[in-house]
Ligand binder design. Structure first.
Ligand code: 5GP
Length: 189
């Protein structure tokens, strides 16, 4: 059976991870697609839980073997990709899949499954607020924060290509908006 695909895309720091966590708590039949990446795990991240951490060599081998549904060089020297095996793993259990991917990745997935997917774009209230959140989070160094801000500027332009744009001004409201949109989409049959 093929389930549905729920794509959540947003600039880094827009709060999409928090929104996805709440969505997963709410729906028992949606599962998170763990991406593969060549970036180093952060302190609290575990292989196979947050990401499948891969060496550049292993990642390139998977590209050659056509194992990715989509992949992207998101930041310099850092690759991120969705393995086709994630989709089949989750669908086999009869569940729907939720993706946390960048804007390009989201649009690529939507192109491959136009009728089965819902694309939600999480919009930060402003670039100033995004910068503030990235700095408070203090997870990335200054260089990475700047990389993330520059990428955000280009990503915001593509928001209108998604099915729904949710402004994350207030997390609780953004979560209920996301849940409502997903609920409607899943009920559509
Ligand atoms: P982070 O390094 O902060 O975990 O993620 C950086 C960016 O990569 C985020 O915008 C995230 O959505 C994106 N990303 C994570 N996994 C994938 C993936 O499988 N494909 C694509 N295209 N982007 C991804």
């Amino acid at each position: 059976m093929q389930g549905k695909l729920i794509i959540i895309s947003a600039p880094s720091g827009s709060g999409k991870t928090s929104i996805i966590k709440e969505v997963l708590k709410h729906f028992g039949n949606i599962e998170f697609s763990r991406s593969a990446t060549t970036r180093q795990p952060r302190k609290d991240e575990k292989h196979g839980e947050d990401y499948y951490f891969m060496t550049l060599q292993a990642f390139k081998r998977s590209i050659e073997q056509d194992e990715f549904l989509e992949y992207e060089q998101v930041y310099q020297k850092q690759y991120y990709g969705t393995l086709k095996s994630e989709l089949t793993r989750i669908w086999k259990k009869g569940n729907h899949v939720i993706f946390d991917v960048d804007v390009n990745g989201g649009l690529n997935i939507k192109k491959k499954y136009p009728d089965q997917s819902l694309g939600l774009f999480i919009m930060p209230p402003s670039l100033e607020e995004l910068k503030r959140r990235l700095e408070i989070r203090a997870r990335d160094d200054d260089r990475s924060i700047n990389q993330r801000l520059n990428k955000a500027k280009t990503e915001l332009v593509y928001a209108h290509n998604f099915d729904k744009v949710i402004v994350n001004d207030n997390l609780e409201e953004a979560v209920s908006e996301a849940i409502m949109g997903i609920d409607q989409f899943l009920k559509k049959g």
